[in-house]
Design a protein around this ligand. Structure first.
Ligand code: ZN
Length: 106
């Protein structure tokens, strides 16, 4: 297993998520201040908000997984399934560096 490569992928994902969360937070905070006087625009803005809120939630969830994966990496048990303890397939880790379970437990 190439730990260095997985760590690099995790850190890149972490930076990407943090940038995305900064943007969604800024948008959601700014949004509460400006309410469009135009009804149709409001509808567009509202559905946009829902989308951005979903992105925000998804991003935060993903970030948690990335942080936990980095902790496991530092603790030396990265790549082991958190349920059954068996090693997670390398191909799975490459596709999903923060995978917590092997394919059998997922
Ligand atoms: Zn497992």
């Amino acid at each position: 297993m190439n730990l260095h490569q997985h760590k690099k992928a995790l850190l890149a994902t972490k930076a990407e998520l943090e940038a995305r969360l900064t943007a969604t937070h800024r948008h959601l905070q700014g949004r509460s201040e400006s309410v469009s006087p135009n009804f149709h625009e409001q509808i567009v803005e509202t559905s946009n908000d829902a989308l951005i809120q979903a992105l925000d939630q998804e991003g935060r969830h993903e970030l948690q997984l990335v942080l936990r994966a980095l902790e496991r990496l530092d603790a030396g048990h990265y790549g082991a399934c958190v349920r059954c303890g068996k090693p997670i397939a390398e191909a799975r880790l490459q596709a999903l560096p923060y995978a917590e379970c092997c394919i059998g437990c997922a």
